[in-house]
Design a protein around this ligand. Structure first.
Ligand code: NAD
Length: 328
C-alpha cells in the first residue's frame, strides 16, 4: 500500500523547521557513513534536463529508507508560466522493496535545498551575520532566505536578478512574508559587496559573482550549479576560499567546482571537505572571522529521502493523502 500525496497535501505538513531537522539528519548520516548514494544520472534535453536520483539512508531513530527522485531543470519554463524545477519522489521499504509513498517532490526539493543552505550557513557563516545578498530571485532563493533567517540574525537582504522585475517582486515578497528589510539591486555587485552571506541560485554557465566583490569573512552558498558546465563564481573566489562540497563525486562532476577543476584552475586538494563531515563533528566549520567559505551544493537524494520520509510520517498521522495499492 502506498500513500499518494499531491503538492498541496505535502505543503499542509511541510515547513522550514521540519526541513532543517531533516537536513541535519541527512548530512549527519552522510558524515557517519550511514548512506548509500550513487551519483545522480542525467538525461540531457534540448531545453533542459532530467535527473534520476536514488539511494538509501539509515536515520538515527532506526528508520531505514530507500527511494528515487525524478526531477527536471528547464530554465526557460518561467517565461511559459511553468516552474523550472519539478519533481516526483518514491519512498520504498529497503527490506522488501514495497512502496511506502508516492509524493509530489517539487516543494520537498525546494525546502530541502533551502535547508541545506541554512545548515551550511549555520556551520560556515559568521554567527553575527546580519546582511544577506542573493543573486537569482526564483524558487530556490525563497527557501534559502527562509532557512538562513532561522539560523542567523539577518536584518537586511539585497537581491539581484537579471530580470529587474524578479528582483523587485522578490524583495516585496521577503518583506511581506518575513518582515525583513529587503531591496532590489541594480547590479550583481550591490548584492555581494560588504554583505556577510551571499547565495547564488541561477542556472548560469559563466560567473555571476566576481572575485573583487567578495570581502574577507563572507560565506557563499553556491546552489545553482548542479550540472556539468554550470558555474556561478569566478574561479578566484574558490582559490581564496575554504570549499565545502555536499558530495565529492557529484560536485566534481556537476557542482560549482566542476568547470574550474576541468580547466585546471582548481585542484582536488583545494577542497576542504564535505558538509556531512562538519555536521558529524569530524572537521571544524568556520575557524576564523576572516575566512571566505563556499558551500558547493549539488543536491543529494538523501536530503530528499530524509525530508520525504518526515513529510510521509506527518501526513499519515494527520490522515492526509490517498492510500493506493498499485499492485492490484
Ligand atoms: N543545489 C541544489 O540542490 C539545487 C536544487 C534545485 C535547483 N538547483 C538549481 O538552482 C538554479 C535555480 O533554480 P530555481 O528553481 O530557483 O529556478 P528559477 O527559474 O525559479 O529561478 C532562477 C532565477 O535566476 C535568474 N537568473 C538566471 N540567470 C541569471 C543571471 N545570469 N544573473 C542573475 N539572475 C539570473 C532568473 O531570472 C530567475 O529569476 C537552477 O540552476 C537549478 O538547477 C539546485
Amino acid at each position: 500500500m502506498s500513500l499518494v500525496l499531491t503538492g498541496s497535501e505535502v505543503m499542509q505538513v511541510l515547513d522550514m523547521d521540519l526541513a532543517l531537522a531533516a537536513a541535519q539528519e541527512a548530512f549527519q548520516a552522510y558524515g557517519e557513513g550511514r548512506v548509500n548514494m550513487p551519483p545522480k544520472s542525467y538525461l540531457t534535453l534540448a531545453k533542459g534536463d532530467f535527473r534520476a536520483m536514488y539511494g538509501e539512508i539509515f536515520l538515527s531513530a532506526g528508520d531505514h529508507i530507500c527511494g528515487l527522485k525524478w526531477v527536471n531543470v528547464h530554465p526557460e519554463n518561467p517565461a511559459r508560466g511553468l516552474l523550472t524545477v519539478m519533481a516526483k519522489i518514491l519512498l520504498n521499504d529497503p527490506e522488501t522493496g514495497l512502496e511506502w509513498a508516492d509524493l509530489d517532490g517539487t516543494h520537498i526539493t525546494n525546502f530541502r535545498t533551502g535547508a541545506a543552505g541554512g545548515l551550511a550557513a549555520k556551520y560556515l557563516s559568521r554567527q553575527d551575520a546580519t546582511r544577506l545578498g542573493l543573486i537569482g530571485a526564483g524558487a530556490q532563493a525563497r527557501t534559502q532566505v527562509a532557512a538562513i533567517l532561522k539560523v542567523r540574525p539577518i536584518q537586511e537582504i539585497v537581491v539581484y536578478d537579471r530580470h529587474p522585475a524578479h528582483s523587485q517582486a522578490f524583495a516585496d515578497y521577503v518583506t511581506a512574508t518575513h518582515g525583513v528589510k529587503a531591496r532590489p539591486a541594480v547590479t550583481g555587485g550591490e548584492a555581494v559587496q560588504g554583505l556577510d552571506i551571499v547565495v547564488t541560485t541561477t542556472p548560469s554557465s559563466s560567473p555571476v559573482v566576481l572575485r573583487e566583490w567578495v570581502s574577507p569573512g563572507t560565506h557563499i552558498n553556491a546552489i545553482g550549479a548542479d550540472a556539468a558546465g554550470k558555474q556561478e563564481l569566478a574561479p578566484g573566489i574558490l582559490q581564496a576560499a575554504k570549499i565545502v562540497v555536499d558530495d565529492w563525486a557529484q560536485a566534481s562532476h556537476s557542482g560549482e567546482i566542476n568547470v574550474p577543476l576541468a580547466k585546471g584552475e582548481l585542484t582536488p586538494q583545494q577542497i576542504y571537505g564535505s558538509l556531512g563531515e562538519i555536521v558529524a563533528g569530524k572537521k571544524p566549520g568556520r575557524q576564523s572571522p576572516e575566512e571566505i567559505t563556499v558551500f558547493d551544493s549539488t543536491g543529494l537524494i538523501i536530503q530528499d529521502l530524509a525530508l520525504g520520509f518526515a513529510v510521509y510520517r506527518r501526513a499519515l498521522e494527520r490522515g492526509l493523502g490517498e492510500v493506493k495499492d498499485f499492485l492490484r
